[in-house]
Design a protein around this ligand. Sequence first.
Ligand code: HSE
Length: 304
Amino acid sequence: MLKVRVPATTANMGAGFDCFGMALNLYNEVAVEESDQFIIEGAADVPTTEENLIYQVIKQFYEEIGKPLPMLKLVQTDEIPMTRGLGSSSACIVAGLMVANELAGQPMTRDDLAQRACQIEGHPDNVAPAIYGGFVVAAMEDNQLHSVKIAPSDALSFITFIPDFQLSTEEARQILPQTYTKADAIFNISRASLFVASMISQNWDNLRVAVNDRIHQPYRGTLIPNMDKIFEYAQTEGAKGVFMSGAGPTIIAITPRANEINFANKMKQHLTQLENSWETKILHADVNGAQVVTERENINLLCR
Ligand code: HSE
């Protein structure tokens, strides 16, 4: 049995569209064992046919290394809610790559896997932190990933508000304009730079401004009922910063860890006033990224 665990990720974090991401301590696990036929098990919303994303990634990996795909039973245990802006599909891509790499005898390094994951996903901001953990600043050039991992301070908590509705990344990308003004570009460059500097210096006073964005949040906010109200509640209750997680609809507020329970309780009271149901989770940064939690056994059997 081989078991791989991959963290949830929040991407963009305000102004860092398609280039900032951070791993969070909410996990998907996939357990793999030898079987005489392909079996995929998971919760009701997990595809159990060959459309399954983890299966697709494993299959493609084996095609590329030119080895026959072993018969496997995959069991998915998912904590990361799907289509909510917390990197569930990136977690599946990373899980598939980690599993395939382990089964095939580790032909790829972690950096190779990160490159591969970005090529599959198309943008690096979820897959890079899912692999490396921590806060990752990433850029793609000539289809190659360039990234830096910064260990986030454990003084911060990420209070995560997850609604009962989904928003597809495809829809949330389609709503964005094709061009932006110079003023909007300058607005985002300055905020994104301030965010990175604040994370490195651990000076949280600028975060409130550093998470502001004109590239995606104003457009996507039209798809998320009451987003503005939730931002306002969080700011009123003293959040250091509040932003849409990835392509939404989840919203995240940054608060000092010492105040996390008090803040979360106050937010829960506000959220009950809204028509949709919003779950509140107190999350922290994951610093390790994807991990093999149970070493493979019977590797010769699996790769026969
Ligand atoms: N950066 C991506 C986006 C994250 O905002 O569309 C979601 O995959």
